[in-house]
Design a protein around this ligand. Structure first.
Ligand code: C2E
Ligand code: MG
Ligand code: MG
Ligand code: MG
Length: 291
């Protein structure tokens, strides 16, 4: 269980080929049972601002398969999407995270922070999506203003009308929208400007090698400037080194997520270590532009 932490400890089933279809069907039928059998659980990864305050936690789904061990989300999320299982699973994720967050905040174990929950295309486009978000918020009593939903750019590009409608509805409820993996999709800037989005999450592929990769520096710089001009918060995901952090800070990025602070953690470990994430203040404070 100590290994149940970062993305690096998974077994790799990521690249299944068509000839492995039976394998795939087995995995899908296992996933179908996973929810009922309590094999799914949630990890939490803090998002910390440059002052060292934990502003949010990203909720990341984990599947502990009885024989295979931990199966990577990049493997089973696509399966869940194709099979439609992502609908009940996505509801479970949101409900479970809301209840967990309420338990933490009601006991005042930790200062307030938001929940950032991933939503996949299939969920977002499901006719029942808004109703199920409302249902979960109502049943749990979770404050919509403490909720961030992470979507990827592609959706908006491919399904403009519906995306605009759903995003506006979420915005009316006070839910914030983060564009995940920003920079990897096809957003048109003029369209982004018209959408009720609040946060850009710079994809971790652009955060890599910021010290040596001038192209990445230019991309990050452009995203940050764009974010500032559109009044959006800009977060960087996948921050692994102090050097990356220093570069990001120098470029004006204000929110950081990554192994440098901690890999995603099971709930108890997350809450137990919560106050240490803020100790990153020392690192963050030291990481001033120019030194
Ligand atoms: P994502 O939303 O972009 O999540 C960030 C991924 O980066 C997570 O991978 C996280 O563990 C990993 N990560 C965080 N910090 C670092 C770092 O410093 N270095 C590196 N190399 N990686 C880092 P994970 O947990 O394997 O999830 C992969 C993807 O699966 C997520 O990407 C998201 O698209 C999807 N996913 C995970 N949970 C859910 C869920 O509950 N619902 C949906 N729809 N998708 C989910
Ligand atoms: Mg995400
Ligand atoms: Mg992401
Ligand atoms: Mg990403």
């Amino acid at each position: 269980a100590a290994k149940d932490r970062g993305g690096q400890t998974y077994m790799f089933y990521d690249q299944l080929h068509p000839e492995q279809l039976p394998e795939r069907h087995m995995l899908e039928s296992d996933l179908r049972k996973a929810l009922d059998r309590g094999q799914l659980h949630l990890n939490y990864q803090p998002i910390v601002d440059v002052a060292g305050v934990v502003t949010a936690a990203e909720v990341l789904l984990r599947w502990n398969h009885p024989e295979r061990g931990f199966v990577s989300p990049s493997k089973f999320i696509p399966l869940a999407e194709e099979s439609g299982l992502i609908i009940p699973i996505g509801d479970w994720v949101l409900r479970t995270a809301c209840l967990q967050h309420l338990e933490w905040t009601s006991k005042q174990e930790v200062p307030h922070f938001k929940l950032s929950v991933n939503v996949s295309l299939r969920q977002f486009l499901n006719h029942d999506f808004l109703a199920s978000v409302d249902r979960i918020l109502e049943q749990t009593g979770f404050d919509p203003e403490s909720l961030i939903l992470e979507i990827t750019e592609g959706y908006v590009h491919k399904h403009v009308e519906q995306a605009i409608y759903v995003l506006n509805q979420l915005d009316k409820r006070g839910i914030q929208i983060a564009v995940d993996d920003f920079g990897t999709g096809y957003s048109s800037l003029s369209r982004l400007k018209t959408l009720p989005i609040h946060i850009l999450k710079i994809d971790r592929s652009f955060v890599r090698h910021l010290q040596s990769d001038d192209t990445n520096v230019s991309i990050v710089q452009a995203v940050i400037q764009m974010g500032q001009s559109m009044n959006l918060k800009v977060m960087a995901e996948g921050v692994e080194t102090v050097e990356e952090l220093m570069q990001l800070k120098a470029l004006g990025c204000t929110q950081i997520q990554g192994y440098l602070i901690t890999p995603p953690l099971p709930a108890q470990e997350f809450v137990a270590q919560f106050h240490q994430f803020a100790m990153m203040e020392h690192t963050l404070g030291a990481a001033r532009p120019g030194g």
